[in-house]
Design a protein around this ligand. Structure first.
Ligand SMILES: N[C@@H](CCC[C@H](N)C(=O)O)C(=O)O
Length: 266
C-alpha cells in the first residue's frame, strides 16, 4: 500500500505521492488510471515528490491524460505545505524556490522564454503578436514558463466557446509539443480574468503557469503595469513580473485529505 495526499490550488486538484524513499514506479498508463475520476482517485495532475541531489526535493508532474510535463504552478505552491517547510524544488523546468505564506505559497517561477523555438512553435514568428488566429479569436501571444502557453486577449470572455476552441488549438500543428490555451480579458486596472484549456487535462478551475504566462504577455503588450491580479474560475492569484526578471506567483494551496492505495491495482 502507498500513501498519497489529495491537494489543490484554486480547485486545480492533485494526487500527491511521496516517493522520497522509493515507492511507486510511474508510467503514463498508471498516471492516467489514478487520475481517472470514475475508476481511479481523480485529479487534474498527479504529482510525484522525490529525492534530489540539487534541491530539497524533486517534483514530477503527470497530466490526467498520462503525459509527463515540465511545470505546474498550482502544484508547486502545494509543495511547501506537503513537505512542511520552504523548499527548493527540482523540476524539468529548472529549480523553483517555494516559500510558504499565509494560506498558500509564493514561488519564484524563473524567467519566461519568449523566442518562437523555445515555446516551441513549428516555425519562426513574433511571439507577442502572432500572425495567426482561429475563427473569431484575436491574434494571440505565446510564452513558455517551463511549459508552453498561447494567450488570447478577448473583449468578451463569455462569448468564447472555450470547450470547442481549446482542444482545437491545443492540438494544432503550429504547436509541436501541444499547448496550454489561455483565454483572457482585462477587467480592471492590473486585473485579468482568465479561463484555461490545459494541455493534457482540459478545462480546469485554475492554471498557475497559465496565470504567469498571461501576466507576462499582458505586461509585454502594456495591458497591465505592475503586479497583476489574475481571477480564474477557482479564485485569484497575484503574478509579479518585470521585463528581464523572474516571475513571482503568490496564491493559495490546500490540503484536502490523506489516503492509501494499492498502486499495483492501477
Ligand atoms: N495546472 C497546471 C499546469 C499543468 C501542466 C499543463 N497542463 C501542461 O501540460 O503543461 C498549473 O497550475 O500550472
Amino acid at each position: 500500500m502507498g500513501r498519497f495526499s489529495k491537494m489543490h490550488g484554486l480547485g486545480n486538484d492533485f494526487v500527491v505521492i511521496d516517493a522520497r524513499e522509493g515507492g511507486v514506479e510511474m508510467t503514463a498508463a498508471r498516471a492516467q488510471a489514478i487520475a481517472d475520476r470514475h475508476a481511479g482517485i481523480g485529479c487534474d495532475q498527479l504529482i510525484l515528490i522525490g529525492p534530489s541531489e540539487r534541491a530539497d526535493v524533486s517534483m514530477r508532474i503527470f497530466n490526467s491524460d498520462g503525459s509527463e510535463v515540465e511545470a505546474c504552478g498550482n502544484a508547486t505552491r502545494c509543495v511547501p505545505l506537503f513537505v512542511g517547510r520552504d523548499v527548493l524544488i527540482e523540476t524539468k523546468a529548472g529549480l523553483l524556490d517555494a516559500k510558504a505564506v499565509d494560506g498558500g505559497a509564493s514561488v519564484d517561477m524563473g524567467a519566461p522564454r519568449l523566442d518562437w523555438d523555445a515555446i516551441p512553435l513549428a516555425y519562426a514568428m513574433d511571439t507577442l503578436a502572432m500572425p495567426v488566429s482561429w475563427e473569431e479569436l484575436p491574434a494571440p501571444a505565446a510564452v513558455n514558463v517551463g511549459n508552453p502557453h498561447v494567450i488570447f486577449f478577448c473583449d468578451d470572455l463569455d462569448a468564447v466557446d472555450v470547450e470547442r476552441l481549446g482542444p482545437l488549438i491545443e492540438t494544432d500543428p503550429l504547436f509541436p509539443a501541444r499547448v496550454n490555451v489561455n483565454f483572457a480579458q482585462i477587467i480592471g486596472e492590473n486585473h485579468i480574468r482568465l479561463i484555461v484549456w490545459e494541455r493534457g487535462a482540459g478545462l480546469t478551475r485554475a492554471c498557475g503557469t497559465g496565470a504567469c504566462a498571461t501576466a507576462v504577455a499582458a505586461v509585454r503588450r502594456k495591458l497591465v503595469s505592475g503586479p497583476a491580479k489574475v481571477s480564474l474560475p477557482g479564485g485569484d492569484l497575484v503574478i509579479d513580473w518585470r521585463p528581464g526578471g523572474h516571475i513571482v506567483m503568490t496564491g493559495p494551496a490546500t490540503h484536502v485529505f490523506d489516503g492509501e492505495a494499492d498502486w499495483a491495482r492501477f
